[in-house]
Design a protein around this ligand. Structure first.
Ligand code: 5AD
Ligand code: SF4
Length: 449
């Protein structure tokens, strides 16, 4: 069987798709281009209105060419599948499997049964009580790419119910994964060549606050993973500011392989709006976390998510967001216009911000961010660091090949090197020689290792 997976959304979804690929490849299935696929799998995101719309237009697009062969079918997974469920079977008859965030564990077997003709349509939408463990695929290649970077799930779901957010409904309640299983998986990946691990969860800082963590805290888990032989770089995402423990902040100063970067969604810089969003921290607390992180690790790079136009946000509230962005000096940020999501508390909050006003705020915020990003990158001129090579750069404009890598903070660094193949997954010592708008150029100063 040939299959093709298209993935929308966050890193959790990217990782889910990698796992599904590995599980299907372990059954002898083969990943293919879209045109040759007998099974077309769409892993979906519904966190904001735009990504959800993208899912429907993508399904409409593939509908046309799936119709040519009635043995060809589609499966829809992820957050939109969890939300719409069996509704997909009516709207798109070629969809024969829907699976949610816990249901994905059963997706490979369900796909096999459908392909064999044993089952016609399958819906895997139930939430499990604990973390839904998945089989460990025999074939690891989809989980261990040439870049030697891998994701490891440590938890599923979220208990926070921020007023704008659909995730607690699509990913269910928070469920930590057993730390022994997490550590076994990390060790197996490292033994198979992985040198960078990103621990994943909707809210990793509250790992272990439910029953699933077996008494291990997130800080404790970080230490254990950092101690595994071969893990040169360790990252984690996403963090909720309210749950970040002092021990996690301190870890940035103590664990040399814990990368100096943190994505810490602030969402808004007005205490009034943060309260309406039910974020359960204020700007004072947020700033004290920032100060603590910078004291522990002065070169830490901070990034964030921001929402503009949340119901009731005034011009003054928005200006406070601009002021906070400037005060913290985020190196980059993802910023979004608020959009109503089905079932969330903010749907009933008034007054809604005029969409044109919200667009204007987004532009102003992004202009400010671009200036700060430029300034942050300029300050890195002359710095000695290293880059983990991910592949050839998009632009090739010199006699040597240009390679794209990432420094420990995750910034893109392009480095010219004589070799034109085989450097993926190598770490190259570099000096930063140029700062572009969103990336850096480096010069190699030592041997790749
Ligand atoms: N509208 C706009 N942005 C949202 N996000 C989550 N829900 C919404 C919404 N309803 C943003 C938040 C979150 C990121 C993943 O998406 O900033 O951190
Ligand atoms: Fe999108 Fe959130 Fe689902 Fe990730 S968890 S796919 S960001 S809705």
């Amino acid at each position: 069987m040939k299959f093709h997976i298209t993935t929308f959304g966050c890193q959790m979804n990217v990782h889910d798709s990698q796992w599904l690929t590995a599980a299907l490849e372990s059954r002898g299935w083969e990943e293919s281009g879209e045109d040759d696929a007998q099974v077309y799998i769409l892993n979906t995101c519904s966190v904001r209105e735009k990504p959800e719309q993208k899912v429907y237009s993508e399904l409409g697009r593939v509908a046309a060419h799936l119709k040519r062969d009635e043995n060809v079918f589609a499966a829809v997974g992820g957050c939109v599948a969890q939300q719409v469920g069996e509704g997909f079977f009516d709207r798109f008859p070629f969809v024969r499997l829907v699976f949610g965030s816990d249901g994905i564990a059963g997706a490979p077997n369900a796909l096999e049964r459908i392909a064999r003709g044993t089952d016609d349509r399958v819906a895997l939408l139930d939430f499990t009580a604990g973390f839904a463990e998945r089989e460990q695929p025999e074939k690891l290649s989809a989980l261990v790419p040439d870049t030697r970077q891998a994701f490891v799930n440590i938890m599923q779901g979220c208990d926070n119910f921020c007023a704008y957010c659909i995730v607690p409904y699509t990913r269910g309640r928070q469920k930590s994964r057993h730390p022994d299983v997490i550590l076994d998986e990390c060790r197996r990946l490292a033994e198979n060549g992985v040198r960078e691990i990103t621990l994943l969860g909707q809210n990793v800082n509250s790992f272990g606050l439910d029953k699933g963590g077996a008494g291990v805290t997130f800080a404790g888990l970080l230490r254990s993973v950092a101690a595994i032989d071969g893990v040169d770089r360790l990252r984690f995402t996403t963090s909720h500011p309210k749950d970040i423990a002092p021990e996690v902040i301190a870890a940035f100063g103590e664990l040399p392989n814990l990368c100096p970067s943190l994505h810490l969604p602030m969402q808004a810089g007005s205490d009034r709006v943060l309260k309406a969003m039910r974020r359960r921290y204020d700007t004072t607390r947020y700033l004290s976390i920032v100060d603590g992180l910078r004291a522990a690790r002065p070169d830490i790079s901070l990034t964030t998510d921001l929402i503009v136009g949340f119901p009731g946000e005034t011009e003054e509230d928005f200006r406070q967001t601009l002021a906070m962005v400037e005060r913290v000096g985020f190196e980059s940020s993802f910023s979004f216009k608020y959009s109503d999501r089905p079932g969330v508390a903010a749907v009933n909050m008034e007054p809604k911000v005029d969409p044109l006003e919200a667009s204007d705020r987004l532009l102003r915020l992004q202009a400010l961010q671009n200036n700060i990003t430029r300034k942050c990158l300029k300050e890195l001129m002359g710095v000695n660091t290293d880059a983990l090579i991910e592949g050839l750069s998009r632009k090739q404009d010199g006699p040597a090949s240009s390679w794209k890598g990432r420094d420990p903070a995750g910034r893109i660094v392009n480095v010219p090197m004589e070799q034109d193949a085989g450097l993926e997954g190598m770490i190259v010592p570099v000096t930063i020689v140029e700062a572009k708008k969103h990336s850096l150029n480096g010069e190699r100063t030592g041997e790749p290792w």
